[in-house]
Design a protein. Structure first.
Length: 228
């Protein structure tokens, strides 16, 4: 059996990885944990639970990990602490909000479901996806005086009501679709954006490194002296 040179085998493996990266193929994610905002969850996350009206006020930073889900049921309110980071998926059926000086960083997905009502008095940095469902779902920045800032680097899909009473900054990478944003505060559109398409890292590696290296090996194989 003819053995392939080690270099060819290694480059073939790199080529396979390049195609995986270029095509966006990723391993299947493991199932995460599903959480629901209630008294036990609130206490476990250093929150203050108020039985009437039903509410949880977080007193410290919180992170929802990738793959996990958090549901805020109808009739329940969740107020965030200083920094609230979402890497998973959050379903809001009740009320959700943050106070002045507090920050929400969204790298995952927020779904403001039908019947929900949420107000952002602090800062909301959206690098993921925000969906406002139809059916009397309401999301608002600020409550006057231009406080409450929404920075959109990701995707916003609005089938309900999204009212800007604070500041809404549309960044170059951000997209907004659906019902129009109701602006009574400040809206800053994205400016100075480059239209140059981004070249996938996997394809760049494929053309810059792997293919030239394979061509070199091919030439060496063709011109190798027999018996050497």
């Amino acid at each position: 059996m003819q053995r392939r040179p080690l270099g060819v085998v290694a480059l073939a493996a790199l080529l396979s990885l390049s195609f995986v990266s270029a095509l966006g193929v990723v391993p299947i994610a493991q199932a995460g944990t599903a959480y629901t905002v209630g008294q036990s969850w609130c206490s476990a996350n250093s929150g203050i639970w108020v039985p009437f009206p039903i509410a949880c006020f977080l007193t410290s930073s919180f992170t929802l990990n990738s793959g996990d889900t958090l549901t805020i049921p109808s009739g329940v309110s969740l107020g965030t602490g200083s920094t609230f980071t979402n890497d998973g998926t959050i379903y809001v059926s009740g009320f959700f909000g943050n106070g002045i000086g507090n920050t929400i960083d969204n790298e995952g997905t927020f779904v403001f479901e039908s019947g929900s009502a949420s107000t952002l008095f602090g800062t909301f940095n959206n690098h993921g996806t925000v969906t406002v469902d139809s059916g009397n779902s309401y999301l608002q920045t600020g409550g006057g005086s231009n406080f409450g800032t929404f920075n959109n680097y990701g995707t916003v899909s609005n089938s309900g009501t999204f009212k800007d009473q604070g500041v809404f900054n549309e960044e170059c990478s951000g997209t907004y679709s659906g019902n129009a944003l109701i602006v009574t505060g400040t809206y800053n559109p994205a400016v100075g954006c480059s239209s140059v398409p981004q070249f996938p890292l996997g394809l760049a590696f494929l053309f810059a490194v792997v293919i030239p290296a394979l061509l070199v090996l091919r030439k060496r194989t063709l011109f190798r002296t027999p018996g050497v």
